[in-house]
Design a protein around this ligand. Structure first.
Ligand SMILES: Cc1cc2nc3c(=O)[nH]c(=O)nc-3n(C[C@H](O)[C@H](O)[C@H](O)COP(=O)(O)OP(=O)(O)OC[C@H]3O[C@@H](n4cnc5c(N)ncnc54)[C@H](O)[C@@H]3O)c2cc1C
Length: 361
């Protein structure tokens, strides 16, 4: 098993998702970086693998997203579905359809040689003062302490770094995702499904074709009891109208940030920066998180590369302000979108208006 090779790095980054990888890529311009992840590498994050245009634009300077990770149909358009009323509103918002594990592996392959990537290594805590940060981690059965000038918490929705900073950790949606056999083609849509019969704990479901299989997922509000029963019910209802959907070959459970107020978006404290979901950087309205992880990761890494360790957070806070404003704008829509009235009006609104609004959310 691999453990970190040294006890001092310029920057330590917890979490090898898109936020951590992009932060590492840029922070490495200032000095050596240790990028750790609690799971084994290459990791396999539960995800729809829908790559938004904002992600494609942000990643364009790093090279082409490889064809080998694109799945059929290559592009799928977002479609709003009010299941109970039989309303379907296709939009012009198109996502690149990828294998998420392959996408993350491609990002790791971009890292320069002075980034050491170590899996099966979880940050457990840290201490910081004006001279630096001492990071505690568990690597296999070894407890280690590693010193660095800056720490980046990019450890996702249930961030340990965020909690250790004493920042309100908020709560998380519960997500379940099934990979379902396909016995015929599905139309090229990323269907976002509202279904009242599944109760108020059910946020929404989604279906998308993914190569040989379809992904059927559900997003439940925090503290939902027995969500797997509701996911079974969703599959049952969908199969009755979509005979292409066969047996489930795999089910995954995960968590997604339940972003509610502007106070949930926190760039960091002292020498510790928070990027991606750990910092509250994701879309609260669409659940789209990869573009926010990528963009906040780039900013965190660049500000580390460009300044002294004590100045990094100040610059990051300044440069990430537009991203935070964008999230706050989306937050204002949230109460309306989640209300019964909002969902009802969505069904009555002309398709082109739904399409325009969706592009902005
Ligand atoms: C079911 C589901 C479907 C989704 N579908 C989409 C989609 O189609 N498109 C989209 O844009 N977004 C989607 N998202 C959101 C998107 O996956 C996330 O917003 C994005 O991955 C966040 O990136 P990140 O780098 O902030 O964190 P993550 O990708 O979550 O990575 C965090 C990493 O930190 C590691 N970690 C956790 N704790 C520690 C620790 N203590 N020490 C070290 N490492 C630690 C974890 O193992 C993990 O690898 C989906 C989310 C879910 C749950």
């Amino acid at each position: 098993m691999t453990i970190p090779s040294r006890d001092t790095y310029d920057t330590v980054i917890a979490g090898a998702g898109p936020a951590g990888i992009l932060a590492a890529y840029h922070a490495a311009e200032r000095g050596d970086v240790l990028l750790i992840d609690a799971s084994s590498m290459p990791r396999d994050k539960s995800c729809g693998g829908m790559i938004h245009e904002l992600t494609r634009d942000a990643l364009a300077p790093y090279g082409e997203i490889p064809d080998s990770i694109a799945l059929e149909p290559r592009y799928v358009n977002f479609r709003y579905v009010d299941w109970d009323r039989g309303v379907r509103k296709p939009t012009s918002l198109a996502f690149l359809n990828v294998d998420r594990a392959g996408f993350d592996e491609w990002l790791v392959s971009l890292l320069p040689a002075n980034v050491e990537v170590v899996g099966d290594t979880a940050l457990t805590g840290f201490e910081q003062d004006a001279s630096g940060v001492r990071v505690s981690m568990r690597s296999g059965d070894r407890e280690l302490t590693i010193a660095c000038a800056n720490l980046v918490g990019a450890d996702g929705a249930r961030s340990t770094v965020r909690r250790a900073l004493g920042v309100d950790a908020g709560s998380t949606y519960v997500t379940l995702q099934d990979y379902v056999e396909l016995s015929g083609e599905l139309p090229p849509f990323f269907d976002c499904i509202y279904m009242r019969s599944l109760g108020d704990e059910f946020g929404y479901g989604y279906v998308m074709p993914k190569g040989d299989v379809a992904v059927v997922g559900s997003v439940f509000y925090p503290k939902t009891k027995r969500p797997w029963e509701k996911q079974d019910r969703l599959l049952e209802v969908l199969r009755a109208e979509m005979p292409q959907l066969g047996a489930s070959v795999k089910r995954e459970a995960c968590a997604a940030l339940y972003l509610r107020t502007r106070a949930d978006i926190v760039p960091g404290v002292g020498r510790v920066l928070l990027a991606g979901e750990a910092g509250g950087f994701m879309s609260p309205t669409s659940g789209e998180g990869i573009s926010y992880a990528v963009r906040s990761g780039i900013l965190a890494g660049r500000t580390i590369a460009q300044g002294s360790a004590n100045e990094a957070l100040g610059s990051y806070t300044t440069f990430s302000a537009p991203l935070r404003r964008d999230i706050v704008r989306r937050l204002r829509w949230l109460p309306f979108m989640e209300s019964r009235v909002g969902k009802y009006i969505g069904g009555l609104t002309p398709t082109w208006v739904v399409s325009r609004i969706t592009e902005g959310l």
